[in-house]
Design a protein around this ligand. Structure first.
Ligand SMILES: Cc1cc2nc3c(=O)[nH]c(=O)nc-3n(C[C@H](O)[C@H](O)[C@H](O)COP(=O)(O)OP(=O)(O)OC[C@H]3O[C@@H](n4cnc5c(N)ncnc54)[C@H](O)[C@@H]3O)c2cc1C
Length: 407
């Protein structure tokens, strides 16, 4: 089967890897508009279960992703001078390193990955049996396919910007600063041993009040560095990625009534997006790849049936997840109301419970869980859990990278 995959993001590359593993004779080409090594954005966060997924399906790419990832082991909320610290852990990886690891594995398996190849016309894909549109939230392939997917794209209200910083945080940090024009906040996490990711966000009104809609790039960065001087400890924000300055954007909430149309199938952000504050997009993109390959293997000789099966199994699952992610986006779109008059601990609690539909842990229990002895016990348990999981996979556990941690 001749398969062309558009987009060398996590969805497209992982699909190509798994498809080649399932059927080494399959002819797969991945077409990517960007040059090799260049990608938008900085790091992405993820939890342990992403490793589980990778190890279950391809140990080689799992090991490569693990080697390029960093572990963070606490969470901090900074609010107007106050700080609340709590336990918890997760991982992060620079998008560029993730894509590099997956590209190398795909090429090793015999996938043709062609960079500098934007697809602008479906005619050039006419001889493909299967077209996998993994070209992200703004999918060109989706647009070129007419209204076949019944796409809906809603745009979030808050402007956000995806930046890097040379400050290496040692945990997942949320920091919010009040200004006379409203609150502005950042979500930050370490992404390699030398850089962290910073996503800055505020309401449209605050953004205009701060003049961020009009300032030159360097002027805007200086203002943000000044506002977050304390949490950045005087470090710089970095705007440039793939040779271009980062731009303020608005989140695109993408959903489709169908993920297949003729011989075209959507996966990853082309099919569905989830707001970045939930940190699920990459894992969901990989799950799509796993599920699509599973359907193609099961209905080996019946492509339309395989695509229908993928669509019918995967789409309902995503609907619930997207609803939860919209709840998170909505919380941040009203963050000014939730942050005003709160302490850092109260804000941390409000954020931690923003998505919970079940009975909520009380604020008192939440505070108790943040006491140093409780954190220590939880950290020890989590470390033991990680070591056990790694041992089961035949790997060494993660060791946190050394950072310029405050005393
Ligand atoms: C600010 C921000 C922070 C995020 N943080 C996290 C996080 O912490 N954790 C997490 O899991 N997820 C996070 N995400 C989401 C995550 O980045 C996406 O969900 C994930 O990258 C989706 O993968 P994908 O392969 O579907 O699409 P993409 O990664 O967008 O890849 C699509 C690829 O297609 C290429 N392409 C586009 N058009 C064409 C064309 N016409 N021809 C050829 N190639 C084309 C693009 O260049 C790109 O390489 C974040 C997103 C944002 C915006």
């Amino acid at each position: 089967m001749k398969t062309v995959c558009i987009g060398a993001g996590p969805a497209g590359l992982y699909f190509a890897i798994l498809m080649k593993l399932a059927d080494p004779d399959c002819d797969i080409t991945v077409l990517e508009r960007d040059p090799q090594g260049a990608t938008y954005g900085w790091g992405v966060c993820f939890s342990d279960d992403l490793f589980e997924l990778l190890y279950d399906h391809d140990r080689e790419s799992a090991r490569a992703v693990r080697r390029a990832s960093v572990l963070w082991r606490r969470q901090e909320t900074h609010l107007d001078g106050g700080v609340s610290r709590m336990g918890g852990y997760g991982f992060a990886i620079l998008r560029a390193r993730l894509l590099e690891a997956l590209t190398q594995r795909a090429v090793q398996l015999g996938v043709r990955v062609q960079h500098d190849h934007p697809v602008e016309d479906l005619a050039e894909l006419a001889d493909a049996d299967l077209i996998v549109a993994a070209d992200g939230a703004g999918s060109r392939i989706r647009q070129l396919s007419g209204d076949g997917f019944d796409t809906r794209v809603d745009t979030g209200h808050n402007p956000y910007i995806w930046l890097g910083t040379d400050k290496v945080f040692d945990g997942l940090v949320f920091a919010a600063e009040p200004t006379p024009g409203g609150w502005i906040w950042l979500h930050a996490y370490p992404s390699s041993s030398s850089v962290s990711t910073c996503v800055l966000e505020c309401s449209e009104e605050t953004w205009r009040w701060l003049g961020l809609d009009q300032r030159e790039e360097s002027d805007g960065l200086q203002l943000l560095e000044k506002l977050f001087e304390q949490v950045l400890e005087g470090h710089s924000l970095i705007s440039q990625s793939r040779g271009e300055p980062a731009r303020w954007l608005r989140f695109r909430d993408v959903s489709n009534e169908s993920w297949t149309h003729d011989n075209v199938v959507l996966i990853g952000d082309a099919a569905h997006t989830t707001h970045f504050t939930v940190g699920w997009g990459t894992k969901l993109a990989l799950i799509d790849a796993v599920e699509l390959v599973s359907s193609l293997r099961y209905y080996r000789d019946d492509l339309p049936m395989a695509l229908r099966d993928f669509d019918e199994r995967s789409r309902p699952f995503l609907r619930r997840i997207q609803a939860a992610a919209r709840g998170s986006m909505d919380w941040y779109e009203h963050a000014d109301e939730y942050l005003a008059g709160r302490t850092a601990a109260e804000a941390a609690y409000a954020m931690a419970t923003r998505n919970s539909s079940g009975p909520r842990r009380s604020f008192r229990r939440f505070r108790l869980a943040q006491r140093p002895p409780m954190c220590w016990v939880r950290d020890a348990r989590q470390t033991a859990h990680r070591i056990r999981q790694a041992a089961e996979r035949g790997e060494y556990a993660f060791v946190p990278h050394r950072t310029s941690r405050r005393g």
